[in-house]
Design a protein around this ligand. Structure first.
Ligand SMILES: Cc1cc2nc3c(=O)[nH]c(=O)nc-3n(C[C@H](O)[C@H](O)[C@H](O)COP(=O)(O)O)c2cc1C
Length: 138
């Protein structure tokens, strides 16, 4: 049972949020796998998931879009959305809505958005989110 943190990131900003979430998961005593959306191959025995993308043309990036449309029923799995943006920042909200529509249970403290590169405060929020996801794992 592990937390799976999926991301797509063009310049490493959303990736840095994924890594901070993973740090929070591990600090809370759970295993974590960080997966680039292009390599995603199913959630396996995940006990919680986080899905992140930066915003491009007001949408999520294409590989995360594929990951989201490939989910069958998420059956109450604890879940969170996150991502970096430049000006309008739609992606985390779109991801959260789709996770919920597929049956995931969104956890408190999500979605997390970061304008450009996440600052220390935002990275700390990401670590806290990791702890929340770890604690929600059954
Ligand atoms: C072609 C292109 C389109 C973009 N469109 C948007 C947009 O519609 N809204 C927005 O908030 N940011 C937009 N951005 C900005 C990115 O979301 C921003 O640079 C983000 O920090 C990239 O994070 P990443 O390194 O995780 O991909 C766009 C960037 C590019 C290159």
């Amino acid at each position: 049972m592990k937390v799976v943190v999926i991301y797509e990131s063009t310049r490493g900003r959303t990736k840095s949020m994924a890594d901070a979430i993973a740090e929070g998961v591990v600090a809370a005593g759970k295993e974590c796998e960080v997966v680039d959306a292009k390599d995603f191959n199913g959630i396996g025995d995940a006990c919680a998931i986080a899905v992140g993308s930066s915003t491009r043309m007001k949408h999520v990036l294409p590989k995360v879009k594929q990951v989201l449309s490939g989910f069958q029923s998420l059956n109450g799995i604890p879940a969170a959305a996150y991502g970096s943006y430049g000006w309008s920042g739609e992606a985390p909200g779109i991801i959260a809505k789709q996770l919920e529509e597929k049956g995931a249970k969104l956890v408190e403290g999500q979605p997390i958005s970061a304008k450009d590169y996440p600052n220390e405060e935002t990275l700390n929020k990401c670590k806290d989110l990791g702890k929340t996801l770890a604690d929600a794992c059954r």
